[in-house]
Design a protein around this ligand. Sequence first.
Ligand SMILES: Nc1ncnc2c1ncn2[C@@H]1O[C@H](COP(=O)(O)OP(=O)(O)OP(=O)(O)O)[C@@H](O)[C@H]1O
Ligand SMILES: Nc1ncnc2c1ncn2[C@@H]1O[C@H](COP(=O)(O)OP(=O)(O)OP(=O)(O)O)[C@@H](O)[C@H]1O
Ligand SMILES: [Mg+2]
Ligand SMILES: [Mg+2]
Lengths: 255, 255
Amino acid sequence: MGKVITIANQKGGVGKTTTAINLAASLAILEKKVLLIDADPQANASSGVGQADTNEVAGLYDCLVHDIDPREAIITTETPNLYLLPSNINLVGADLELANREKREYVLRSVVANLRDEYDYIFIDCLPSLGLITVNALVAADTVLIPVQCEMFSFEGLAKLKNTIALVKQGYNPGLQVEGLLISMYDSRLRLANAIVAEVRNSSNDYVFETIIHRNSRVAEAPMSHVPVALYDVNSKGATNFFNLAEEFLRKNQN
Amino acid sequence: MGKVITIANQKGGVGKTTTAINLAASLAILEKKVLLIDADPQANASSGVGQADTNEVAGLYDCLVHDIDPREAIITTETPNLYLLPSNINLVGADLELANREKREYVLRSVVANLRDEYDYIFIDCLPSLGLITVNALVAADTVLIPVQCEMFSFEGLAKLKNTIALVKQGYNPGLQVEGLLISMYDSRLRLANAIVAEVRNSSNDYVFETIIHRNSRVAEAPMSHVPVALYDVNSKGATNFFNLAEEFLRKNQN
Ligand SMILES: Nc1ncnc2c1ncn2[C@@H]1O[C@H](COP(=O)(O)OP(=O)(O)OP(=O)(O)O)[C@@H](O)[C@H]1O
Ligand SMILES: Nc1ncnc2c1ncn2[C@@H]1O[C@H](COP(=O)(O)OP(=O)(O)OP(=O)(O)O)[C@@H](O)[C@H]1O
Ligand SMILES: [Mg+2]
Ligand SMILES: [Mg+2]
């Protein structure tokens, strides 16, 4: 039975998509069968694994709003064992379209429920918001992985995010746990970064991954080739960081 | 009669708030009377100019949903001539609360209309979304300033943003123009960055600011002291970049 991990943080640009793509891809390379669900109308996760033009194909919106079987929308990617349920621009309207539905918070959970047995891990990449789509992703998940950029605005937003997670856990998904906080886009030259890392490690009751994802130009370049960094430059520091993360993730989950 | 400039881009973390705070502050230091409106429930712009705990005070949400006079919510900041209309977490609900209102796209425009004569410039910082609050900000504005991070995901999102701007111009605000595209968080060491800058300059019919905002650690550190970079470290490259931007903005607008 596959595990569902949502990657969320309402702060923009903290590395949600980059974490989703590269952790999923690294696990796939380590022979796990992995599904990446793109729940962001920007469709960066889709483009980042090779599906650039998503407006022509069925996507998550059609599963949520028109109840199509997700298997009809799931596609393979260039990375073996990595599958994608793409998103597209229609998803922008899903918030309002689902707003008046019965059990509107559980729609994605029921889409994901019948896929669990076919994958080892299912990752859901979220848009930078705490709206209905992100709530759906938290309700659908076993755990939530929180990328944290070591900067002030990102750090300030953590309390609100933890508050939302607690509300979802209390009201809709009692089993929801925090998979961990992941220090991302770390630049050791920034005085600021070290202060925030220390604060995150000291102030958090949740697991903080040992692996730190460093700022690395190869990671930012890989999306131009529409591939994860492991396929773009396997010897880069970025690729190594994400392999280390995948192995730490497996150690933590296989015990 | 003051000019209203909305700072928007649905891609997260591209420097919207940093541009709003520092361009507004630099113009205030150059003796313009400037209002900064925070239209993001994250309230980063509020915190960045000194109003960290915004949940206790009236904010933009109260003006939009409860029709309070914005002058009751506007506060001074440590930067002379810079005023703030703060946001707070209630703004998260404004999308749904305004959704069924008559002329729901014009609510912010009417709030701003009676403030125009009191300021030289009014800047509106948006959340990373193309939802109803951002549409309200585009309808309220004379122009829209678009920060562009020189990376793939940000560049890919430009077409959708320009499309939304065109729809707002056609349907609600025929006077809406693009103030310009601003290259932000530029790091000359990234091969990627130079390729994207060239592409933005060649492919855009809109004005592209000559001034480029470089990635600079002082810019990221300033929010820890809740002040704009010009007050945090006036000799930094970041402060210089934003003064240059303010002067270019004035040259462009005073002809
Ligand atoms: N470790 C890293 N090193 C270098 N660049 C990175 C790294 N992680 C992310 N980036 C780049 O930083 C930008 C922001 O990352 P990303 O888009 O993954 O964040 P996000 O949280 O998904 O953003 P959004 O809030 O818009 O969904 C992207 O251009 C990405 O390529
Ligand atoms: N020129 C710069 N140099 C260094 N750091 C920067 C620069 N511009 C922005 N930053 C930092 O990058 C992060 C993202 O910037 P910012 O929060 O302004 O983006 P945003 O587009 O407003 O994000 P959101 O989409 O969440 O509203 C912040 O931590 C900010 O301090
Ligand atoms: Mg993303
Ligand atoms: Mg912002």
